[in-house]
Design a protein around this ligand. Sequence first.
Ligand code: SAH
Ligand code: SF4
Ligand code: F3S
Length: 512
Amino acid sequence: MRDEYDIENLNPRKDPLNSKVDLRNIKADELKAMDLDAVDTSPEAPDSEPQRQYYFMAKCRQHVRKEALRLGRPLTCATVTFGCQMNARDSEKLAGILEAVGYEPTEEEAAADFLIFNTCTVRDNANQRVYGRLGEANGYKRHNPGMKIALCGCMMQEEAVIQRLRKSYPFVDLIFGTHNLYKFAELLYTSYEAGRMVIDIWKDTDRIVEDLPVQRKYPFKSGVNIMFGCNNFCSYCIVPYVRGRERSRRPEEILGEIRRLVADGVVEIMLLGQNVNSYGRNLEEPMTFAGLLQEAEKIEGLQRIRFMTSHPKDLSDELIEVMKHSAKICRHLHLPLQSGSTRILEQMNRRYTREQYEELALRIRREIPDIAITTDIIVGFPGETKEDLEETMEVVRRVKFDNAFTFIYSKRTGTPAAAMENQVPPEQVRQGFDRLLRLVQDTAREQVARYQGSVMDALIEEVNGNDPAMVTGRLSNNTIVHVPGDASMIGKLLPVSLDECHGFYYIGHIAE
Ligand code: SAH
Ligand code: SF4
Ligand code: F3S
């Protein structure tokens, strides 16, 4: 869809007068291949989605072209992403639309004509980083008054954030949330027309709009949303409030997307959801996550399948069986523990006990011995004692996590835990956190070193940032390996010899 859009050639590829297309007559899955310059934007916008968004992409494109002609150069855009894989995938959707309307991507935020921050609010430090970056952006805008600044993502779903932005950040042009991301093209156009701050936040949605453009960060791997939202309401967590209720995409949409990605050069996919183990429960024709994996496995040309995240309470025996016999599902399971104290787990509303977690993790290790199990742990949840933390450390010693992300509990307004009275003093949290961190690092180092001297397949992902004579690859179990090589190897699955373990990664060489 992309025009060869240099300044010598700012005209549409086709003569729009000869080839006006009414989007109402185009089927959803044909829209991506459409020439936006041929769209008839004289009638009212269509009501149906995604046709309506393509109509606004065509309108935005006219605006961007006009601006580029006026300035004598193409317009540029930068997308800055905070938070999880889900947000990273959303940013690829934003980038897809920005490119479709004629912006050229740039890494140089300060010089961008359109700068968008896709935000996260899972812990307070995520929010603080956004405010910091916004302050910097205000500086860029003073030098470049034509710059447009937009904010979207999870943080925007919080009323208090919107109030603060309205009051103290008047230079922001466009603000929207997680539920109306699919309307980005329409909102962008509204913002061009309005010439003042545009805010559009929805409380929730049950809508999933398919077939919008996406610009992938990597040509050879991609995230694929299988579900949106979360129904678990862990008592510390804000995600269910900012991402809404759980809804699954239909399997045919997911599998169709994977097939198209594979045809476009993708060899590894990561299926994304806050709790992939409850996939498919709310579909008209229910399907299990394990069932979906089996279907994905059949797709020819696809070499690796990853997924994220698994809630322990919903992990089925069927999933373990499917993983065990699969040639494509990676030997990696991210299984957040959060706490090893049953008392705290109950307060967290996690709905499993320490014993159930251990039994599950150890059973998976028995069934699939070469699997890597990674986890998330929160330190300092209200009421957590030294004894509770000791129990968490005991689980770490028994399960021997291959990697663990440890977080200091962050109070999120509106969650049940924020109203709990027995918040833990910061000094105690800090000490506990440091002890736990040392333990998980020791355990992880030991686990990663298990494979020293063996040969495993690595998907080569990039040229090493520090040493251009080396490339960086990822093993099925998610461990990183650096090997001598060059850019021609990127995207290939190659056998590597794991020569030296350096804590969390290997230095190796291509094995022939
Ligand atoms: N859906 C995923 C997690 C998404 S959030 C799951 O259930 O596993 C990623 C991680 O952030 C969580 O696993 C948790 O460890 C951490 N987290 C969430 N809310 C937090 C809070 N209020 N304070 C500290 N860490 C938090
Ligand atoms: Fe948050 Fe729990 Fe949902 Fe994960 S499962 S997103 S931790 S509420
Ligand atoms: Fe953050 Fe939203 Fe993901 S709060 S962790 S970006 S779902």
